[in-house]
Design a binder for this molecule. Structure first.
Ligand code: PLP
Length: 397
């Protein structure tokens, strides 16, 4: 494997292309081969014993690791400047396995209030059933976050930027609280990617990504990752070997391939999103735009300091009701209506009628989801085309 220290000195574009990849590969191929196998053979019993006694390094069985998966893990760890990484079958598999590994009956976790719906459900419903205590504190209110920490608190979990409102956590402040209280921090950095933000550099303990989004980047794979210290990641790996939420070798290959262009894609998505956010911000039919490049965003200054780009997801509220908002979504000619985000194709959705469909308006408001909210995941198309398309769609509202 490539030298980790060198990996960390290099720029993110170089790491995206070369990070984690051995210089010399099987058959002198330039691409990392797909080890499409579920199990690995031993020449004889001596080799088996050498493996279990750690005298040799090799694979054993697909649930315990795969060489293609390993290269993807090393690449993601390099990008986030982490010691180690672990790949999963989805972002939710990364989140659930990590939280199961870090928490136990009677322990307590503090989570911030804007987050992907399934993460909230896992924390507030599933983990509670297993006797884990969960407190929710407002993203951005550091007094409330600190007050929520109890003697049995093990960790503080937050997204940054958050889904769907793009709240940006002050990672320095969050880490200072966690260190004072001796608890661990986990940041779901899916929206930012390691190109725009590297929470490990701020002292965050573990970083999670839904690799389905920007890291894969082409809406053609599901994967998740956690990166952090070798000690923490190895405890999570031990649980993954039991629970089995492992990625397919082909998904790992697609991920490696996707990450090679991560820096280029994210730079373009940052640019496109800033242009669209400026257009929406000035539009009379738009109530408010939730995007951190805007001076009106509550954490604009934090984002400016902490991130090198503001990301590719814009949320905005249309001046109008649920139907007027649907008219806008339906009138868009370039972005496709779909869940997910981060790929090269622009996607648009109305969270009230996508992730939160089965809830009533009142139930949705309780979790902060307004009927007139739109989430736009900006792709790599031409900004002028995307803006012109939104302009004609807003005319129909
Ligand atoms: C911020 C965030 N984290 C985690 C996930 C879950 O990832 P996956 O769909 O790969 O399980 C999502 C999915 O939308 C997300 O937006």
């Amino acid at each position: 494997m490539a030298d980790k220290k060198d990996d960390c000195k290099q720029g993110p574009s170089t790491k995206a292309v070369h990070g984690g990849e051995p210089r010399s590969k099987a058959l002198d191929a330039i691409t990392t081969p797909i080890a499409q196998t579920s199990t690995y053979t031993f020449a004889n019993t001596q080799e088996l014993c050498d493996h279990f006694e750690h005298r040799i390094e090799r694979q054993e069985y697909g649930r315990y690791g795969n060489p293609t998966q390993r290269v993807a893990e090393e690449k993601l760890a390099a990008l986030d400047c982490a010691e180690d990484g672990l790949l999963f079958s989805s972002g939710m598999a990364a989140i659930t396995t990590t939280l199961f590994a870090m928490l136990s009956r009677g322990s307590h976790v503090v989570v911030t209030d804007d987050a992907y719906r399934r993460t909230r459900q896992f924390l507030n419903q599933t983990l509670r059933r297993y006797g884990v205590e969960v407190s929710t504190a407002p993203a951005g209110d550091y007094e409330r976050i600190e007050e929520a920490v109890r003697p049995n608190t093990r960790l503080i979990f937050s997204e940054s930027p958050t889904n769907p409102y793009n709240r940006v956590l002050d990672l320095e402040k969050l880490v200072a609280i966690a260190q004072k209280k001796r608890v661990k921090t986990i940041i779901d950095s899916t929206f930012a990617t390691p190109i725009n933000q590297r929470p490990i550099e701020f002292g965050v303990d573990l970083v999670i990504h839904s690799a389905t989004k920007y890291l894969g980047g082409h809406n053609d794979l599901l994967a998740g990752a956690v990166v952090g210290s070798s000690a923490l990641v190895s405890g999570i790996r031990d649980l993954q070997a039991i629970t089995g939420a492992v990625p397919d070798p082909f998904a790992a290959y697609l991920l490696i391939r996707g990450v090679k262009t991560l820096a280029l894609r994210v730079a373009r998505q940052n640019q496109n999103a800033e242009a669209i956010a400026d257009f929406l911000d000035a539009h009379p039919k738009v109530e408010v735009v939730h995007y951190p490049s805007l001076a009106t965003h509550p954490e604009h200054e934090i984002a400016k300091r902490q991130m090198s780009g503001y990301g590719g997801v814009i949320s905005f509220e249309v001046k109008g009701d649920i139907d007027a908002t649907s008219r806008l979504v339906d009138a868009c000619g370039i972005p496709r209506i779909a869940p997910s985000l981060g790929g090269v194709e622009s996607l648009i959705e109305q969270p009230a009628l996508m992730s939160f469909y089965e809830l009533s308006t009142e139930e949705r408001l309780q979790v902060g989801i307004k009927d007139n909210l739109v989430r736009y995941s900006v792709g790599v198309e031409d900004a002028d085309d995307l803006v012109a398309d939104l302009a004609q769609a807003l005319d129909r509202v």
